[in-house]
Design a protein around this ligand. Structure first.
Ligand code: HEC
Length: 144
């Protein structure tokens, strides 16, 4: 090796920089693509019926999330409800909504929302759908 020809030249450094950048940009794009591909399957979007959509609207307009979490998102005043359909079932949920507030001493209270039968069914369908979202087994147990 002659004078001025270092083992690792600027040209090589430039190639490593650009090559590395392109490699990781492509890898990132591939990972994003892979995630995007899996969203319909993981969110179980085929099961989003008009009833589920209507139930979600009830969930949003009544601000259930102001007290509850749903799959971890929301407030920590009241129980996580992502799996409530699995742990309680549709009949319990509808009955529960109707008997609020329970006025049980020492327990936090939930308001009465005066939902009709159709709205209660829609809410149940929404909570059934959330229980079927593939969250890679989160929360770790049915009580959330
Ligand atoms: C002001 C706060 C508040 C709001 C708003 C609220 N909840 Fe609740 N909810 C509670 C509390 C507190 C409990 C637990 C009460 C208890 O255990 O005695 C509860 C419990 C529940 C349960 C039973 C959970 C279980 O594991 O047994 C369901 C189902 C439920 N809420 C649904 C809803 C839905 C649906 C909405 C919106 C339409 C809603 N809640 C809005 C406070 C609230």
């Amino acid at each position: 090796m002659g004078h001025g020809q270092a083992g690792f030249t600027k040209q090589m450094a430039r190639n490593v920089f650009y090559g590395g950048s392109v490699f990781f940009a492509l890898l990132f794009a591939a990972i994003v693509f892979h995630s995007e591909q899996r969203i319909p399957q993981r969110s179980n979007s085929a099961a989003i019926t008009p009833q589920v959509v209507a139930g979600k609207k009830i969930w949003e307009t009544r601000n259930c999330i102001g007290c509850h979490t749903l799959l971890g998102e929301g407030a920590y005043f009241a129980p996580e409800l992502g799996n409530v359909y699995l742990r309680r079932g549709p009949d319990f949920i509808k009955a529960w909504m109707k008997i609020q507030p329970t006025h049980t001493p020492g327990r936090r209270q939930m308001p009465q929302f005066n939902l009709n039968e159709q709205q209660l069914d829609e809410l149940v369908e929404f909570l059934k759908w959330t229980s079927q979202v593939n969250t890679e087994k989160w929360p770790p147990n049915i009580e959330g």
